[in-house]
Design a protein around this ligand. Structure first.
Ligand SMILES: [Zn+2]
Length: 216
């Protein structure tokens, strides 16, 4: 897999600090599963976070802090999983997403939200939204801007928009200022994972027609 589009530093910092909404954190974990380049960057980001912590003034600890630390050292290490158990219904997907889906992609309850576009809401807890979007060849998603940040990870196929060409493993890391209109540019359908910290806003007539269906 050749990955050309990665996250902004700010997104990796937020992931490292644990401040991303659940859907965005899931998407970052999925890209890290596939992308050795961003895994390297994550190690560097974690190191910067550790160095900053060392510069903080000391504060009082709870009396059992040392025991708690020893207990945590005994826990198994949380390694980034880069292989997917065969038993998953969709072993071709990154493990953090594959473990959420109990059926093969074709058997999941997709909802049609426009001509050639289907969506599957992942119904994660907390702020923002996470969904899978399945777009047929030759179809473009309505022009839209974002009320907040939007992360997209291409799981299958590819698309083109004002920002370039995005293929399997690539991420688009967009803030609220960017307006774009992805077009599926081959004869293969495109499936992506999209996570936002606010609902999408569509512009244009088609967008306003689709908005009541896609808006969360
Ligand atoms: Zn990457």
């Amino acid at each position: 897999m050749k990955i050309s589009h990665h996250f902004d530093d700010a997104t990796l910092m937020a992931y490292s600090a644990g401040t991303l909404p659940q859907g965005m954190a899931l998407l970052v974990a999925c890209h890290l599963h596939w992308c050795p380049h961003c895994r390297e960057r994550m190690h560097a980001t974690d190191a910067v976070g550790g160095a900053l912590l060392e510069q903080l003034p000391p504060s009082h600890l709870q009396t059992d802090a040392f025991e708690q630390l020893l207990a945590r050292l005994d826990e198994p290490e949380h390694e980034l999983c880069t292989s997917v158990p065969e038993a998953y219904a969709n072993p071709e997907l990154p493990a953090p997403l594959a473990q959420l889906l109990d059926k093969p992609l074709d058997e999941l309850p997709w909802k049609r939200i426009g001509y050639g576009v289907k969506q599957l809401d992942l119904h994660l807890d907390g702020p923002g939204a996470a969904r899978l979007l399945r777009i047929s060849p030759g179809i473009s998603v309505p022009h839209h801007t974002h009320g907040g940040n939007e992360l997209t990870l291409i799981l299958k196929g590819s698309y083109n928009d004002e920002l370039g060409r995005f293929c399997q493993g690539d991420v688009a890391d967009l803030d609220g200022e960017v307006s774009h209109q992805p077009l599926v540019d081959t004869d293969e359908e495109c499936i992506c994972l999209i996570a936002t910290d606010a609902p999408l806003k569509f512009s244009g007539l088609v967008g306003r027609l689709v908005q009541p269906f896609i808006g969360l």
